[in-house]
Design a protein around this ligand. Structure first.
Ligand SMILES: NC(=O)c1ccc[n+]([C@@H]2O[C@H](COP(=O)([O-])OP(=O)(O)OC[C@H]3O[C@@H](n4cnc5c(N)ncnc54)[C@H](OP(=O)(O)O)[C@@H]3O)[C@@H](O)[C@H]2O)c1
Length: 365
């Protein structure tokens, strides 16, 4: 670890829910050869003080000896005026990301914001503009992009051309959620496309959109959404993305109705020399891959994962902030804008919009 990074990056956690618990757990991981930076959680802001306190208690349960001097706030505004906080992790539902991330940036904080970054591309573009103007680091918490496995697969496929020319990428995320889950709530930006489909898109973007030959040329898109029984959120969604420049096709699929029961794979990358399948229960969290080259036995690789897998993105924030960057080259602003444009296009093709309130550029904290 470099001298600059021995000084911990000081985190404020905004909206301590399910994913925030996983994230903070990874910030507290002990020293490890793969750890690249130091972190300290200095404050937690919830809509209610009791929730902030319960969160801190739960996160530190069984972790005796770790730092405990964490400030709890019963509102988000107080978290943003805490001058001990360098960076805010925004972990609320996507309906609230835009207003909250904007308030963090306006308050002079660096921001790591959960995926999908916002509800639409216009909101993402506005946040990028503010971050750049204020010279603050701003990144979508698309943790999958930082997994060593994804990086390794990109090296094999893009640099070593192990699959030959890429022809198809199919990526699917299915998880059955109960109807009372936030994903069935349109007011919280629910539906499978924004929440799960963004991970299918992550693999497609990393492998086709961002390939050395495609050079981020936009795909043609056709799509279909099946709405849930109330007609308010998309429940099963499929889109075809045609990358004309490299003559490759991708299928993005997601569903809130069925689990991904594929011990085989959730993503398959097919090229002229063979294919590579990515395994894992969740498309967001790759656990292993298998390379099948023509006339060769399959080769399965299971790289080690640090903690839950969220430490990589946190370390990236610390490294980039230490060098004064406003974005990460691994999950840059252009990729977040591209993702939101794809999701906007799919929603538009299927007449699916959220309330004016959460689609607007006016919301605040
Ligand atoms: N990276 C990943 O793998 C991953 C996995 C799951 C979710 N996510 C993303 O992370 C975000 C949070 O998801 P989650 O599953 O952690 O959600 P969650 O458990 O429901 O937590 C969200 C938190 O947001 C706060 N909140 C603020 N306004 C709210 C409102 N109007 N309704 C409900 N909660 C509100 C609540 O905290 P307070 O009341 O304490 O303020 C709540 O605990 C989503 O954008 C989701 O897409 C990412």
């Amino acid at each position: 670890m470099s001298k600059a990074l021995e000084k911990p990056l000081r985190w404020g956690i905004l909206a301590p829910g399910g994913i925030a618990k996983c994230f903070v757990g990874d910030l507290l991981l002990p020293e490890d050869a793969d750890v690249r930076a130091n972190h300290k959680v200095v404050a937690v802001g919830s809509r209610t003080m009791a929730k902030a306190e319960v969160f801190v208690k739960e996160v530190f349960e069984g972790r005796e000896g770790l730092q405990r001097d964490i400030k709890c706030y019963g509102d988000y505004a107080s978290l943003l005026s805490d001058d001990q906080v360098d960076i805010v992790y925004v972990a609320s539902p996507q309906s609230h990301h835009f207003g909250q991330a904007k308030a963090c940036l306006v308050a002079g904080k660096h921001v790591l914001c959960e995926k999908p970054l916002t509800i639409n591309a216009a909101q993402t573009e506005e946040l990028v503009k503010i971050a750049r103007e204020k010279k603050l680091f701003f990144m979508e918490a698309r943790w999958t992009k930082f997994f060593p496995l994804l990086q390794e697969v990109r090296t094999l496929v893009h640099d070593k051309k192990i699959l030959g020319d890429l022809v198809r990428v199919n990526s699917d995320f299915g998880e059955a959620f109960p109807h009372d889950h936030r994903l069935y709530d349109a007011a919280l930006g629910g539906g499978c496309l924004l929440d799960l489909g963004i991970y299918s898109l992550t693999w497609i973007s990393a492998l086709l959109w961002d390939s050395p030959e495609n050079k981020r040329a936009a795909p043609r898109i056709s799509s279909s959404l099946l709405m849930d029984k109330t007609g308010t959120v998309d429940e099963t969604t499929t889109a075809i993305l045609q990358f004309d420049k490299i003559k490759a096709t991708a299928v993005l699929s997601a569903s809130l109705r069925v689990d991904l029961h594929r011990p085989g794979y959730h993503t398959i990358i097919q090229g002229t020399k063979g294919d590579l399948t990515i395994h894992g229960k969740h498309t967001s969290k790759p656990l292993a891959y298998t390379l099948h080259l023509k006339d060769q036995p399959p080769k399965r690789v299971e790289p080690k994962i640090l903690g839950w897998g969220m430490r990589y993105e946190a370390d990236e924030c610390a490294l980039r902030i230490a060098e004064g960057a406003v974005e990460s080259p691994t999950m840059d602003h252009a990729e977040s804008v591209f993702a939101m444009q794809v999701l906007d296009t799919i929603r538009k093709q299927n007449n699916f919009s959220f309330s004016a309130e959460i689609e607007s550029l006016d919301s605040g904290l």
